[in-house]
Design a protein around this ligand. Sequence first.
Ligand code: TRP
Length: 346
Amino acid sequence: MMTKQRILTGHRPTGPRHIGHLVGTLETWAGLQDTHECFFLVADLHVLTTNYHPEHLQDNVRNMLADWLAAGIDPNRSTIVLQSVIPEHAQLSLLFGMLTTVARLERVPTYKDQMRELNLQPSTGLLTYPVLQTADILVYKAQVVPVGEDQLPHIELAHEIARRFNQTFGDIFPEPEALLSNAPRLPGVDNRTMHTSYGNAIYLKDSPEETTRKVMNMYTDPTRLRATDPGHVEGNPVFTLLDVFHSNRTELKEIKSRYEAGKIGDVEVKQLLAESLNYYLAPLRERRTSYYAQPSLLMEILYSGTSHARAIARATLEEVHEKMGLMHDRALNEKVRIQQPNGAFC
Ligand code: TRP
């Protein structure tokens, strides 16, 4: 039997997931569980590169996890990892930092964009963001990294670091490849890309009423003043979302031609979208509400995934220490341990 390729991917826990995450990412991840050994990372350290809100971080993790599980991420088949609990992520990131020049990191497009947008002095944490991401991937020796296009430069760096390590110290890492999702980015209610920070998102956790309210306020075709004017379907976010969420293709085709002929009003089309969305999301919302209401179950899932992951991460670090000529990590670990108040060692 062929062994399955290993995948690692993840999100920063910035809060609840929206319908753009669902169709762009989460549904793809859920499907990949059939063909790959999957690790899904809750990248809580990465959140700290741009903002710190200690009072929100844990609830954001809880919201994101409830959404992941509701969307079909299955802890019985996949490993869900909480990054900050596994010190090996940070350790490997530090060691990879020794193989990476500052100039190389300053050329990473996401970093350059952020420098332009956020009017701030960058922390070394922000500069080394993609080095930590590389450690996330390679600490599990993952071969495949499903990501959106914006993350490609980071996977390219991971590839380079793996290669440099292998050439310098001996071949232990796969050179990971990005797996680009072909799902289109969804428009938000204002027709810009749906994004939490734009305030234009429809969330999985929104109630049906909240969803309907957002949809009824959506941007449509700005050239159309009356319901009898011929309307545009192309570039109209209401129709872009209907294309994704309305299951009756024949009916949708007919509605589009009525819209183009000025025979159906915006209100009616929006009502249809609200219904389709609420229908599509109903079972998922039920699961997400139930997960969110069980914080101890969520913690159990998180910690059982994380302890499985930790053993793999530990083994990688031992190998890395040995290759890099550091004191063998295992020996070190046995001699230098922390004694707990109850006498146990950890
Ligand atoms: N940078 C990713 C994002 O913002 C999150 C992430 C952290 C990640 N570590 C990763 C993605 C490792 C893939 C692999 O979406």
